[in-house]
Design a protein around this ligand. Structure first.
Ligand code: PNS
Length: 163
């Protein structure tokens, strides 16, 4: 069974991430979206919120599962018995970071391979961090995230303003 892990912070998930998931879920039997639980990182959404959001926006893909993980990616891959890691590449600027991470993971576990999927052109310039900035200042993120995530962003920033 070809099982792959698509790891990330997903803070929040973007249309670019969903595009990668849709394309990959077509050629693997099971795709596990793995949300990094990193307490040291100052995330907008909690890991539970991100898992719930991902479950909501992937419900049209029956072979996609969403889980969180803590610690090393290679340990998580072993836990779920997956030998393939998927990462999206938007531009050359992503390459160095991604290449180092792929080589680091390969050094940690030689049985795990990383494959890169190029972003669709229309999503090349979107990132979770730019989406958070746009949403924080009231700009439109309509073409960048699903309506459900847009509402979650609005709710999060409104609740922060009330504090
Ligand atoms: O969406 P991101 O923030 O670019 O995702 C990065 C992620 C979660 C894939 C990466 O930080 C990761 O795998 N972290 C787990 C810790 C780990 O395995 N580090 C060793 C990498 S060589």
């Amino acid at each position: 069974m070809l099982k792959a892990v698509y790891p990330g912070s997903f803070d929040p998930v973007t249309n670019g991430h969903i595009d990668i998931m849709e394309r990959c879920s077509g050629f693997v039997e099971e795709l596990i979206v793995a949300v990094l639980d990193n307490p040291a990182k100052n995330s907008l959404f909690t890991v539970d919120e991100r898992v719930q959001q991902l479950k909501e926006v992937t419900k049209h893909m029956p072979n996609v599962k969403v889980k969180s993980f803590y610690g090393l990616l290679v340990d998580f891959c072993r836990q779920v018995d997956a030998k393939l890691v998927i990462r999206g590449l938007r531009a050359v600027t992503d390459f160095e970071y991604e290449f180092k991470m792929a080589l680091g993971n390969k050094k940690l576990d030689d049985n795990i391979e990383t494959i890169f999927i190029s972003s669709s052109t229309k999503y090349m310039f979107i990132s979770s961090s730019s989406i958070k900035e746009i949403a924080m200042f009231g700009g439109s993120v309509d073409d960048m995230v699903p309506p459900y995530i847009k509402d979650q962003l609005t709710e999060k920033f409104n609740s922060r303003e009330e504090i």
